[in-house]
Design a protein around this ligand. Structure first.
Ligand code: 3PG
Length: 215
């Protein structure tokens, strides 16, 4: 049986904001700003105490958002994230137990990899869209370009160290469906509640051209 395909979700926007929420209320306001700026896919990292509650609140209160859970590093977080309302899951890497849970998940999963061997192992288990992490540190757009020929069935959503200065290089690769990043929702703007600035950053990111989805 094939696993839920993340491609359809990633087609919705070139950038997936990687969000770390200080509170449920800030998470909802941030989600509204990102959606208004044209970035409906939102990865809420499970790194802060209110993260799961924020996913639930965003799912309930921001109907145009497609909220997912990031930093899913343990099997029990798969069920908890989905119960909260996560519509996709992202991990920085995998363990055998986490992979088992991912294989059972009813929502699309972007499991993390950093090498061709890890990518091949995930592909053999049925995952064909992978997060490359930490993208810039492990070879970035050049790595993904280099593995396009030997691993033609794989697609990527790289994350880690991507920002306005290098995002174009990533999105120029046809095997990159979208990128993840926190540059559209910087910590200081979230803390200050400067939602207008986040709308502007999102708007610019939402207009980035992707080779994977030519207009
Ligand atoms: C993360 O998990 O923190 C993401 O990879 C975001 O990375 P960034 O902050 O470098 O965009």
């Amino acid at each position: 049986m094939s696993l839920p395909d993340p491609s359809f979700l990633l087609a919705r926007a070139p950038v997936v904001p990687v969000v770390t929420v200080p509170s449920v209320a800030a998470g909802v306001k941030l989600a509204r700003a990102l959606v208004e700026g044209g970035l409906p896919l939102i990865e809420v990292t499970l790194r802060t105490e209110p993260a799961l509650e924020a996913i639930a609140a965003i799912a309930a209160e921001v109907p145009d958002a497609i909220v997912g859970a990031g930093t899913v590093t343990r099997p029990e977080l798969v069920e908890k994230s989905i119960a909260a309302g996560a519509r996709f899951l992202v991990s920085p890497g995998v363990t055998p137990a986490l992979l088992e849970a991912f294989a059972e998940a009813p929502v699309p999963v972007l499991p993390g990899c950093a090498t061709p061997s890890e990518a091949m192992t995930l592909h053999a288990m049925g995952f064909s869209v992978l997060k490359l992490f930490p993208a810039e540190a492990v070879g970035g757009a050049n790595l993904i370009k280099s593995i396009a020929a030997p691993l033609p069935d794989l697609r990527f959503c790289p994350t880690g160290g991507i920002g306005p200065d290098n995002v174009g290089k990533y999105l120029a690769q046809p095997n990159i469906l979208a990128v993840g990043g926190s540059w559209v929702c910087p910590h200081d703007l979230v803390t200050m509640g400067d939602w207008e600035a986040i709308v502007a950053l999102s708007r610019a990111a939402s207009k980035l051209h992707r080779a994977a989805f030519p207009l």
